[in-house]
Design a protein around this ligand. Structure first.
Ligand code: ADP
Length: 160
């Protein structure tokens, strides 16, 4: 049992998930949080903030050469964003599956973007695309003291 728990602790990872201004304005917060929660992932940080344009540019720095970069940063800074950190085994990769493809037109039904979005410029949600990005994005959006480490009662039922 202890070995199982240790193995489980070693597999834990964290990802940065943000509900963009369109998702917040459309009242989709509870719908989206529900999907991560009921999957079995654990919420370890959450806050509602309006990022500045400069902050949005930092977040999307990898895309600065893309033609949509300026519009994307204007959009991200146009209203409240719900920034979160979720923890669990495989949460980075599987979180992206829950989210769906970048373009909602190409996202499968059952995914967040597939079920709730229509166009790529208003695709509701962001999720880190790999372990390095997750680390950088968590550090950009949150102070270490905002990340809450705790044992949830559900864990022994989620992981066995
Ligand atoms: P993802 O968010 O799925 O990781 P990318 O990192 O490629 O996708 O793009 C970041 C964000 O930029 C997308 O979520 C979307 O909001 C926006 N975006 C991507 N491609 C386009 C596009 N062709 N036109 C407008 N916005 C785009």
């Amino acid at each position: 049992m202890l070995q199982d728990q240790e193995a489980h602790a070693a597999e834990m990872e964290r990802t940065f998930i943000a509900i963009k201004p369109d998702g917040v304005q459309r009242g989709l917060i509870s719908e989206i949080v529900n999907r991560f929660e009921r999957k079995g992932y654990k919420l370890v940080a959450i806050k509602l903030i309006v990022p500045s344009k400069g902050f949005a540019e930092k977040h999307y720095h990898d895309l600065k050469e893309r033609p949509f970069f300026n519009g994307l940063c204007d959009f991200l800074s146009s209203g409240p964003v719900l920034a979160m950190v979720w923890e669990g085994e495989g949460v980075i990769k599987y979180g992206r599956k829950l989210i769906g493809a970048t373009d909602p037109q190409k996202s499968e039904p059952g995914t967040i973007r597939g079920d709730l979005g229509v166009v790529v410029g208003r695709n509701i949600i962001h999720g880190s695309d790999g372990p390095e990005t997750a680390k950088d994005e968590i550090a950009l959006w949150f102070e270490p003291k905002e990340l809450v480490s705790y044992t949830s009662n559900a864990e022994k039922w989620v992981y066995g």
